[in-house]
Design a protein around this ligand. Structure first.
Ligand code: SR1
Ligand code: MG
Length: 423
């Protein structure tokens, strides 16, 4: 297939014909397209994802559709998200080597990316639902976030290059629009596509939607999201965007990439660990999950610790951008001032990530796009009880984020809410 043909959505039936002469794919999996085995495995909300296996290996073919897959063609969505995903993956590969799948080929017109087939990796969210404790995720994700967020910012980049990149990703308008509405606004009023476990959560949902402090905080965070173009974000860093084995961790799916606040990726990610924590009770039929709950809280602590340590390391060794220049600090012999500035930056990230985390919890329970952690709990009363605890937790950390000073404080709150009988 050449890049000149008009867009056509691939299918299991057509893929081998359309990509049978693609050199990048043939060189990875074998030239005999008639022997290729094709499966469509996309379980996300937006795209087609195929695993293609040939005589000498496998590859992933990911293709954007001109609409939101979850909703259908009543919600058009531009194909150019594939372009942003491709460019985000190349930057992440350079800034955090080994953390994303290798790219073999990109076709802008067909909106498709051919990339490394990660096997035997599975989606992190699935592993956590199954109760699997992965030993390296906190280290790997903490490093990924520190490296991509620091190296994509004015702390590190050449300012002209960063401004050009900012302009490039500023065009990812429709994907930002999804986040702006689905994450920050829709959960807090009866937006058309919202749903929640009903009638069990009706009362609590009404309470949250009438909560003035919460709504103001959500809009402050939305303001931060849209106005603080601090670094190149992954933009959708939840446990469904991470693939794991016991040893390895890879981040995937950065089609929501754009320049935004550092705290967004971190808050969204930690929220997904906390949601996993609150959902464990719904998955306890096959054995107690106390150890899993403890593991998840440890993962939160370690992820934040690794992020801080690596970010601090990069601050001390790679601060070559226009912000907090060494000429003002270290070069004047004032190392302590540089450390004070680092503390200040980390403190701001901390405060904001709690807000983003709280809002992410709410939107996964009240909005359009729910997550499997809760959705796979078949008993609706049990699911609602898990969700109610998560909602309460999310509200507390979003509204009180400026008064919360440590990750242990947040984890203690989660543990206390989990032990409450009344919800
Ligand atoms: C309509 S898209 C809904 C959600 O799916 C993606 O994975 C993002 O999280 C988005 O918010
Ligand atoms: Mg995705």
């Amino acid at each position: 297939m050449t890049g000149k043909l008009p867009f056509e959505a691939l299918s299991v039936e057509t893929l081998a014909t359309r990509l049978g002469t693609n050199e990048a794919l043939c060189s990875k999996i074998g030239k005999d397209a008639s022997a290729w085995k094709v499966r469509e495995v996309g379980d996300g909300n937006l795209n087609l994802v195929f695993i293609v296996e040939g005589a000498s290996g496998g590859a992933i073919v990911k293709q954007a559709l001109p609409y939101v897959r979850l909703v259908g063609d009543s919600w058009p969505l531009p194909l150019k998200r594939s372009f942003f995903e491709y460019h985000a993956l190349t930057r992440q590969a350079a800034r955090a080597p080994g953390s994303v799948p290798a790219i073999y080929y990109f076709d802008e017109v067909q909106a498709l990316i051919i990339m490394e087939y990660l096997s035997p990796h599975i989606i992190l969210r699935r592993a956590l639902i199954e109760g699997r404790q992965l030993p390296n995720i906190a280290r790997d994700i903490g490093l990924f976030m520190a490296r991509t967020l620091f190296r994509g910012s004015d702390l590190s980049m050449v300012t002209k290059e960063r401004k050009a990149d900012l302009a490039l990703f500023a065009d990812n308008v429709e994907l930002c629009d999804i986040t702006e509405n689905l994450v920050f606004s829709d959960p807090y009023f009866d937006a058309k596509m919202n749903r929640h476990t009903s009638p069990q959560l009706d009362g609590l949902v009404a309470e949250l939607r009438a909560d003035r402090d919460l709504k103001v905080e959500a809009q402050r965070l939305k303001h931060l999201f849209t106005a603080n173009a601090e670094t190149l974000l992954h933009g959708d860093l939840h446990s469904g965007s991470i693939m794991v084995t016991d040893q390895e961790t890879r981040m995937i799916d950065p089609e929501f990439a754009f320049y935004g606040p550092m705290a967004f990726d971190i808050g969204m990610l930690l929220a997904n660990f906390w949601m996993s924590f609150f959902s464990q009770r719904g998955h306890e039929q096959k054995g107690k999950r106390d150890a899993m709950r403890a593991y998840l809280l440890d993962v939160v602590v370690e992820t934040w610790a690794v992020f801080r340590a690596e970010f601090s390391h990069l601050w001390r060794t790679e601060r070559t951008g226009m912000l907090y220049q060494r000429s003002l600090f270290e070069d004047q012999g004032d190392i302590l001032a540089a450390e004070q500035a680092l503390d200040d930056v980390l403190h701001q990230i901390w405060t904001d990530l709690l807000g983003f985390a709280g809002i992410e919890v709410h939107r996964r329970i009240l909005g359009l796009a729910h997550n499997a952690d809760f959705e796979t709990i078949a008993d609706e009363d049990l699911r609602a009880s898990c969700e109610a605890k998560a909602l309460k937790f999310g509200r507390h950390i979003a509204v009180n984020r400026r008064q919360i000073h440590s990750i242990d404080e947040v984890n203690n709150l989660a543990a206390l809410i989990e032990q409450e009988n009344s919800i």
